[in-house]
Design a protein around this ligand. Structure first.
Ligand SMILES: [Ca+2]
Ligand SMILES: [Ca+2]
Ligand SMILES: [Ca+2]
Length: 224
């Protein structure tokens, strides 16, 4: 399989970093997440979180939440019924990057985003994306960011240059939430996502840090 490998700008900094823990991984392999076309019941003119609908492909899976942002002026968004969410459709990709299922965004008529939980201790993210091989125009784009830093940003007909193959993305990151966003306005325009892996170190919650601080104070007092 032909593969294009894009590596983040900051990877060199990570050389020599100690081994990291897996904070999150997602290959979208649960068959109960499959379903029919997704019909957003929200207002396509208003930005909103997407909800899972019975009998339709899941757009939210554990650890990842879907969001819709309207175009200006607004279009129909996902209210017209679109192939988005978890899928096993291989008509575009041939085969998924990992396993038998992945996540798709297509004909979003607005911007659809898949956003992870916050991982303060994340140091590396990897995932695979596949851009359907068709024509793209100025309103179409794919962006991937973590902690507000862009890892991947391709707009308009540049998407045609990298379409039709799985692209492996691997980047050093500095914590935050992973945000994968797609804008497209035709049924043939689609983004497929698979094999998300976030690595780093677990950072204790603020409450636990406060307790550690108190323990430190107690230790110092005992030493006096
Ligand atoms: Ca998969
Ligand atoms: Ca649509
Ligand atoms: Ca388009």
């Amino acid at each position: 399989m032909k593969k294009l490998v894009l590596t983040g700008l900051f990877v060199a900094i990570a050389a020599g970093t100690v081994s990291a823990d897996i904070l999150y991984s997602q290959s979208f392999e649960d068959e109960s997440w499959l379903g029919g076309k997704y019909y957003d019941t929200g207002d396509a003119a208003v930005n909103h979180a997407l909800v899972n609908n019975a009998g339709e492909a899941a757009v939210n899976v554990p650890g990842l939440s879907a969001w819709y942002t309207a175009y200006d002026p607004p279009s129909v968004g996902l209210t017209d019924g679109d192939y988005v969410g978890v899928t096993n459709y291989t008509g575009n990709v041939g085969a998924f990057y990992d396993g038998n299922q992945g996540y798709q965004m297509s004909d979003t008529d607005g911007v659809m985003s898949l956003i992870s939980e916050e991982f303060a201790g994340a140091t590396n993210v990897s995932l695979a994306i596949f851009i359907a091989d068709t024509g793209y125009e100025v309103w179409d784009f794919v962006t991937i960011a973590m902690g507000g830093i862009d890892l991947f940003l391709t707009v308009g007909d540049d998407l045609e240059l990298i379409a039709g193959t799985w692209i492996e993305i691997n980047a050093t990151v500095f914590g935050g939430a992973l945000d994968i966003s797609f804008s497209g306005n035709s049924g043939s325009e689609a983004l497929y996502i698979d094999a998300i892996l976030i690595e780093g170190s677990e950072i204790p919650a603020p409450g636990a840090l406060a307790l550690l601080g108190l323990a430190g104070i107690a230790t110092r007092r005992r030493r006096r």
